[in-house]
Design a protein around this ligand. Structure first.
Ligand SMILES: [Cu+2]
Length: 131
């Protein structure tokens, strides 16, 4: 009986670790990538990111991007932000924005998103070069 209990505890422990590992791996299975690193410096500039499932290499459709920030942290100007808004996209897994860049240099677009079937929040940072 003691042996069985120990076995049950061991199995339960393994299940918890496996479950935690799976949940942890979930968000890491996705990656935001730039459609083009080079973007135009100025108002209403086109910025695009592609959300990819790294397990399959396929674009992920239907993501809900619920938080974004665009700042110059890559050029050590963390407080310098740029206004931006979501824009239509006709390419599956590609999410577009119109951004008002005010300075040439590197800008980080930081995103948080939910994707269908994935309980974890997907977070990513994509760096663009405005010129
Ligand atoms: Cu700046």
């Amino acid at each position: 009986m003691t042996t069985l209990n120990n076995l049950a505890v061991a199995i339960l422990g393994f299940a918890i670790i496996a479950g935690a590992h799976r949940a942890d791996a979930g968000a890491k299975d996705y990656e935001f990538q730039p459609v083009s690193i080079e973007v135009r410096n100025g108002a209403q500039s086109d910025v695009g990111v592609r959300l990819v499932d790294k397990r399959t290499g396929k674009p992920v459709e239907g993501a809900v991007i619920f938080r974004t920030r665009l700042d110059m942290s890559p050029d050590t100007m963390d407080e310098m932000t740029a206004k931006h808004e979501a824009a239509p996209s006709n390419e599956p897994g590609v999410y577009r924005f119109k951004a008002d860049f005010t300075m040439a240099g590197r800008w980080a677009l930081k995103l948080q998103a939910k994707v269908p079937g994935e309980p974890d929040t997907i977070a990513g940072t994509v760096v663009f070069n405005a010129r």
